[in-house]
Write a protein that binds this ligand. Sequence first.
Ligand SMILES: [Zn+2]
Length: 137
Amino acid sequence: MKIKREIVEQIVAQALRELPNESCGYLFGKKNAVSANYPMTNADHSPEHFSFVPQEQFAAIKEARKQHLEVVGSWHSHPSSPSRPSEEDIRLAYDPNIIYFILSLEAKEPVLNAFRIDNGHVEKLALEIMDQEESDL
Ligand SMILES: [Zn+2]
């Protein structure tokens, strides 16, 4: 999985802005590469849970199509827990075709990991952060 550095910077900034609550968004791109963040509202406004607003989900899918991109993943932050899916995250991961990114703000340096979650089975993916120059996304 590849992601542009500027996208990582955008989601870290959004997650820090929305502390102490969890923050979330969709990630657009193609196949194994993320090229855009689509910020979403955490409808739960909670430090321990998040959920998307259905109207925003429709708008996100529409926007991805408009940009000729796919919704390749979603992300959310863990303000004070590690960068791996919680039991609830695993239970609520309904789509084995998208990649679940989790940004942990637990330590001083933010940690971002990517996972495929299929029917309760979690697979951590190698995540490559691409600098603008080396990416042709
Ligand atoms: Zn979570």
